[in-house]
Ligand binder design. Structure first.
Ligand code: DCS
Length: 474
């Protein structure tokens, strides 16, 4: 077996998640545990925690799946069940697609790519070209494909933020490339500086590593920060100066909780606003249907947009995409719906807006509540989330707990998270799975548990923490 596969680690579905699955099965079989349910806060998977799908999206998805519903003889039944704009959209999509059971264009259905391009140009105020857009099975597939394109040999370095989302380190491990870590500054709300980027780049160069790309996750995972425009300009200047490709992971672009102070701007927009001097910079931006208020993670839909890439490289991206034939068609349809949702005046608009807002405002409330909970814990501090779906508190564990972790053969933060899981049924991910400043301990939790259980969920964490500290306090 390829040893590089063994080397790859993905903490979001690691030891803690595996134990939580076992606990779920135990509970279902009537075993007794100190809790009634397992709460999966290890993964940003909203519908697994009962977030309701957006009705319009599911109406269109179900109609294209079963087109008999669109036949004239079923019109009476269908018009009772479905909104007229959902019916019209499904018909339009099927006109372009034929059948969701057929392979599509390898780059993605052309009409959907046109809608993506329109969405990007309306979002940014700069034109977008459908031929530079590739539809993918979630952002993950796009990230893996582009890293595969970039890694020429095992001395190629890719700059990744620490803490990072472990898709990046895991993929680099499989590709046998070198992660070049740059650190986000927790004391500055997980911001970053050019000095730190340059330090990381220069140190890697001294070790013979050729840095070819820089990954930025904005809004951040697991850190939840939304970068300022100044920070984004610094990153772009850094990439231009050092001739590195910028990979902008923007899957949380609509999970923005401080829209006045920290609005989301895409790297594409900031790059374009910086003028012709930066024209040649190579930028690849990723988006997904898994996040935002959509949360259709299981459909595996996403896209990436290329900027500044030369036609011969695009040809090769197309070739690699075509080897996988095409991204799944229902995922592509969800991308279409994400970039072209009901508009004001459409029959589904009111319901869409209500559903969207209910999720959005509830996420803001839950993020605040969980942040307050973490900041109330002894030895724990937590930055607020400007965006995304996670909090990443810093926890100072007593020496006795650190010794007990060592005895158990675990990192201290893993030990803490495992103790929490066994006591409360709440599954989080230890900070060591994302990377952190050496000697510090963190953990990541989503704030996705259902609103009706949220208070109990927070109380459970507080009670657990108090008893953990009572047991191990120095
Ligand atoms: N990029 C970031 C920053 C992510 O957080 C995720 C998923 C992805 C890409 C890939 O998403 P899709 O492939 O579904 O589009 N987030 C993982 C996480 O940390 N929890 O849940 C999944």
């Amino acid at each position: 077996m390829n040893p590089k596969i063994r080397k790859a680690e993905y903490a979001v579905r690691g030891e803690l998640a595996i134990r939580s699955e076992k606990l779920k099965v135990d509970l279902a079989n009537g075993a007794s545990h100190p809790f009634e349910r397992v709460v999966g806060c290890n993964i940003g998977n909203p519908q697994a925690l009962e977030q309701k799908p957006i009705t319009f999206f599911r109406q269109v998805a179900s109609l294209v799946e079963y087109p008999d519903l669109l036949k004239d003889e079923n019109a009476e039944l269908t018009s009772k069940l479905y909104a007229s704009d959902a019916i019209a959209r499904a018909k339009l999509l099927l006109k372009h697609i034929g059948s969701v059971g057929a392979y599509s264009h390898s780059q993605g259905i052309p009409q959907i790519r046109e809608n993506v391009a329109r969405f990007i140009s309306e979002r940014d105020g700069y034109p977008a070209d459908p031929s530079m857009i590739f539809l993918t099975q979630g952002a993950s597939a796009g990230v893996q494909l582009t890293l595969q394109m970039i890694v020429e040999h095992s001395n190629v370095g890719i700059m990744i933020p620490i803490p990072q989302y472990p898709l990046y380190t895991a993929t680099l491990a499989v590709l046998d490339a070198q992660p070049v870590p740059y650190y986000l500054d927790e004391s500055k709300g997980w911001g970053l500086t050019t000095e730190e980027l340059q330090r990381a780049y220069d140190e890697a160069a001294q070790d013979g590593i050729e840095t070819r790309a820089l990954v930025i996750i904005n809004p951040g995972n697991p850190t939840g920060q939304c970068l300022s425009d100044e920070n984004m300009c610094e990153i772009i200047r850094f990439c231009q100066k050092n001739k590195v490709i910028l990979l902008a992971d923007e899957v949380y672009q609509t999970n923005i909780y401080e829209p006045e102070q920290r609005p989301f701007h895409s790297f594409k927009k900031i790059l374009k606003s910086m003028g012709p001097e930066f024209e040649g910079l190579e930028l690849i931006s990723f988006h997904s249907v898994s996040k935002g208020m959509i949360g259709e993670c299981g459909r595996r839909g996403g896209y990436f947009e290329c900027e500044g890439l030369c036609p011969t490289v695009l040809e090769q991206i197309y070739k690699i995409s075509s080897i996988s034939l095409c991204p799944n068609v229902q995922g592509q349809i969800m991308v279409d719906l994400m970039v072209n949702p009901p508009k004001k005046g459409d029959p589904s608009y009111l319901q869409y807006k209500q559903e969207y807002d209910a999720i959005y405002f509830s996420l803001i409330k839950r993020a605040k509540k969980l942040e307050e909970t973490f900041n109330s814990l002894e030895g724990c501090t937590c930055n607020s989330a400007d965006g995304a779906m996670y909090l990443f508190p810093h926890i100072r564990l007593p020496k006795k707990a650190i010794a007990a972790a060592k005895e158990a053969g675990k990192f201290p933060d893993q030990f803490y998270c495992m103790a929490m899981l066994e006591a409360t049924g709440v599954c989080m991910v230890a900070g060591s799975g994302f990377g952190q400043v050496e000697g510090t301990a963190h953990f990541r939790s989503t704030f996705l548990p259902q609103p009706e259980f949220f208070d109990d969920f927070c109380t459970g964490i507080k009670d657990f923490h108090a008893s953990f500290m009572n047991k191990y306090r120095d």
